[in-house]
Every structure is written in C-alpha cells, then in structure tokens.
Design a binder for this molecule. Structure first.
Ligand code: ADP
Ligand code: GLC
Length: 478
C-alpha cells in the first residue's frame, strides 16, 4: 500500500472558494483504494461550518518549535465517503472570516501550516510515501522537508508532488517579514525562495518538489511562456523535465442531473426534454421573464479579471439590445464586476439576474436550467464550471485558453461534432460574434443544438482517466 497525503488550503465539503476544493475533495475518492491509502490534511479554520466542525474528532495535541515560540498544534480528524481527513488546529492562525485574509497574514499562516503538517506526521504515526501539495499555500512543504528534516530516518524517503492550480498566485511578500520562514538558512531564503526581490512560495516549491504538474496540458505549456508564466516562465522551462499537465475531472456523483436533489426535474441524456422544466424553474426563481425561446446564459464564477469579465462589460449592452438572451449570474469578487452586474440586473430586471454571493443551491439551479454557460477567461488553468455545465447539457461558450481549450471542442456544423463554442483572441468583439453564432444555432437549428447537448452529456469528464495519470505519477516516484 502506498501512502499519499494531500496537503491543501481548501477541500470540499469543508471549505471552498473555487475549483481547488473540488479537486482535493474528489480526486482522493477516485484513486485506486487497493493500491493507495490517501489522506488529506487541511487547516481547521474557524470558518468551516459548525455542522462539520462538530463531527471532527480530537486526535492529539503537541507543541512544536517555531521561530516565534513553541507553538500549539492540535490535530482533529473526520471521514467523508471513506476518505480520511486531518485538520491542524491553531486559532492564532486559522480564526479569520474565510480561509484567506490579507496576503501578509496569509504568507505567515501557510508557512505555519506547512511546518505543522510535517511536524504532525510522527504524532499521527503516518509516514507518507508522497506528500501531494497544492498551490502556493502548501508549496513550502518540500522546502521545509529539505531544509530541516532530511537527516531523520522517518522523513528521509518522503517524495513530493506539487500541483499548480493557478500560477498567478505565488505567495509573495517581503523576505524578512515572514516570521515562520525566518529560521530557514539564508541560501534558501535568498536562493530558491527568492524572486524579484521578494519571497515566492510557489517558486520555492517548484524547485524543491520532486514532480510538478499543472491542471491541464495546455496550461502546463502556457506557464512556460512569457504570457502565461506570471514571471516564473524561466523557472518553468528550467524544470520542464519534471513538469507535466493532467486535466481535472469532476465529481460525477455530486454533479449528476439524474439524481441532483436541487433540480426541479431530474433528467439524463434519454430524458433531456425535461431540462425545459429546470429552465422554467430557474427563470421563476430568479425573477426572469418566463420565456422558453430566450437563450439563458449562465455564469457561476469568481468575479475577477482572470475570468474575462472585462469582455462581458464591453458588449453586454449590445448583446441585450440585439439578441433575445437572458443572463443569470452568480458570483463574488472584485467590486467593479459586482457593480457592473448589479447595474444590469437593475436595468433589465426581467432579463438579467445577478446574485452577488456564494450559493451551492443556486449554482446547481443555473447549471441545470441555463441553455449556455459563458466562460470567456483571460487565462484558465483548467476550469471545472464548463465541465459541470456539459454534464447538465448546458453548452459552454469559452475562450480557447488553458483547460478550456483542452476540454471544449468547438462546434463544427458540417461534421456535426463539438461540445461547445469557442473563440481565440481576448477580444470583446470576437466574444460577441461567437455568442451570436451560438444564438443562431440555438434559435434556428434546434435539432443541432439538442444533438450537441446530448454529446456534452454523454462525454466522460469524471476523474477516472486523470486519476489514472496521478496514480502513474505516484508510482514512478516511489
Ligand atoms: P476557479 O477555481 O478558478 O474559481 P473553476 O471553474 O475551476 O474556477 O471552479 C469553480 C468552482 O467554484 C465550481 O465548482 C463553481 O461552481 C464554484 N463556484 C464559483 N463561484 C461560485 C459561487 N458564487 N457560488 C457557488 N459556487 C461557485
Ligand atoms: C484554479 C483555476 C481553475 C482550476 C482550479 C482547480 O482555481 O483557476 O482553472 O480549475 O484551480 O484546479
């Protein structure tokens, strides 16, 4: 049995701000249980809902040497669908309103978490063959492992994998101001950990991890180029021998139109006509005009520049004036985009609905009831929303970048192939043109539209294939 420990800052169902939680919450379930003993370790944030916190069991507590003082580390555990979770408790660090706060607090908090994970292993009696780290928040684990633990027999053979879900976020801050890194030898702090005069957790992790992967093949290529590298493209090219791309899957049990209890009418590819009832229910729930001929475009997203909302802002007015579309938005993020959607909700009360907030309930209503799903991202490491949409027969309209390029095959009206619509350049006019094209197919070629819905729903976007790739990667390492 190979022992794998996932270390992450988010995990469904305990704490989620985006796709990272979907991945860490689902992938362990899909790894071969006969070969791998997979456990997950997360911070025990105070913002984890009470119902989950109450069901955590106390395991142990101890004090560990940290630069500030001997610090308390409590360990709790829980089990979800057969997956074993550990939680690191220390309210000095994990008491914020959400998992992330100000960056200067977060760097110190996650440096603590990385140290606490390593210090906990002997207390748990769990010596993983591989620690699988995710994003900058856990990228220092391979670094602390090399700097402080390699002499000890317990830790000597532990291997590390670092998955990059988003290279834009790197954990950057002033080198000398991160208390929990202060005792690292200076050739670390000013060597692997330094980029452009600052500490860079992600860069350090990339250099120290045994293997690095990005969440789609295209993104693995993009981050080696100047445009996608976010300043680390040189590093990525340097380590390209240990870098790969593995596309995400989705939890097909959680996102299943056939059984989803949040839908008005459950359906599958054979009963696809019932999706209409979900569209009507969505329109009713959001106060949109009851109009089956309008093309309902869904958006469920962090409202940030990454997601391409600058393009939407440029052309939404024209879209509303020239097409019979309705727009259902659910998201939180930058004020500028929240305000923009609120304004359209006010201006077109029965055609645009903006819910500024986070809601699983509404997300499922939109995935289940919309006709199309818009995701014109500036960059997208993988993207799960387009995969979830397809599972519900909601046709994605995306920009060809990162994982969107790898998962959405553009519609071909001659060959009757494809599972969505896509455009290449980051340009609002191009986006509008492709929305118009989708609208034309929706209105004037309903049979083709329906055939595409069926193709979307029949495709396998589960974790099965990609879990196999992670298994292979683990086995190569141990
Ligand atoms: P990212 O991780 O960059 O935010 P992904 O497409 O990989 O983008 O994953 C986003 C996940 O978060 C999806 O499961 C999506 O449904 C969910 N999500 C995003 N915003 C919201 C929201 N406001 N309410 C509910 N779910 C949301
Ligand atoms: C990040 C990316 C998103 C990806 C998710 C899960 O948040 O922005 O594209 O799907 O991580 O890997």
């Amino acid at each position: 049995m190979k022992k794998i420990l996932f270390a992450a800052s988010e995990g469904n169902p305990f704490v989620k701000t985006g796709g990272l939680a979907d991945v860490t919450g689902a992938l362990p379930k899909y790894l071969d249980q006969e070969t791998f003993d997979v456990r997950i370790i997360l911070p025990k944030y105070l913002c984890i809902p009470e119902e989950y916190r109450q069901n955590m069991k106390y395991v142990t507590e101890f004090h560990a040497d940290m630069p500030r003082e001997q610090e308390y580390i409590g360990i709790y555990e829980a089990s979800v669908e057969g997956v074993h979770y550990y939680f690191i408790d220390n309210e000095h660090y994990f008491a914020g309103n959400g998992p992330y706060n100000q960056i200067f607090e977060d760097v110190n908090k996650f440096a603590f978490f990385c140290r606490a994970v390593l210090a906990s292993l002997p207390e748990l009696g769990f010596c993983p063959d591989i620690i699988h780290c995710h994003d900058w928040q856990t990228a220092l684990i391979p670094v602390f492992l090399d700097a402080f633990y390699r002499e000890s027999a317990f830790y000597r053979n532990i291997r590390t994998v670092l998955t990059i879900h988003n290279q834009k976020f790197q954990g950057r801050w002033r080198i000398d101001d991160i208390e929990n890194c202060r005792d690292l030898p200076s050739h670390y702090r000013y060597g692997a950990m330094e980029a452009y005069g600052e500490t860079n957790f992600l860069k350090a992790g990339i250099l120290h991890a045994n293997r690095v992967n990005a969440v789609s093949e295209t993104y693995a290529r993009e981050i080696q180029g100047q445009q996608g590298g976010e300043g680390l493209d040189g590093v990525m090219r340097e380590i390209s021998g240990k870098l790969s791309g593995i596309v995400n899957g989705i939890d097909v049990a959680e996102y299943d139109p056939k059984t989803d209890p949040r839908l008005k009418a459950n359906f599958d590819v054979k009963t696809i006509a019932r999706k209409k009832q979900n569209k009507a229910a969505l329109q009713a729930a959001l106060g949109l005009r009851k109009d089956s001929s309008a093309m309902v475009i869904g958006i469920v997203s962090r409202l940030t520049r990454q997601k391409g909302f600058e393009l939407v802002r440029e052309v939404l007015e024209e879209m509303m004036n020239t097409l019979n579309v309705q727009v259902a938005v659910l998201g939180t993020g930058e004020e500028q985009f929240q305000d923009f959607f609120r304004h359209f909700d006010w201006k077109y009360p029965d055609r645009v609905s903006a819910t500024i907030g986070y809601s699983e309930e509404k997300a499922h209503l939109i995935y289940g009831g919309a006709d199309a799903f818009l995701m014109p991202s500036q960059f997208e490491p993988c993207g799960l929303s387009q995969l979830i949409s397809m599972r519900y027969g909601t046709i994605p309209i995306v920009r060809e970048t990162g994982g969107l390029k790898d998962t959405v095959e553009p519609y071909n009206e001659i060959w009757h192939t494809g599972n969505g619509f896509s455009f290449a350049n980051y340009n609002a006019t191009e986006m509008l043109a492709i929305v118009r094209y989708a609208y034309d197919v929706f209105c004037n070629h309903p049979k083709d539209w329906k055939a595409m819905m069926k193709r979307c729903m029949s495709e396998d976007h589960s974790w099965k294939k990609s879990a196999g790739k992670y298994e292979k990667l683990y086995l190569e390492l141990v």
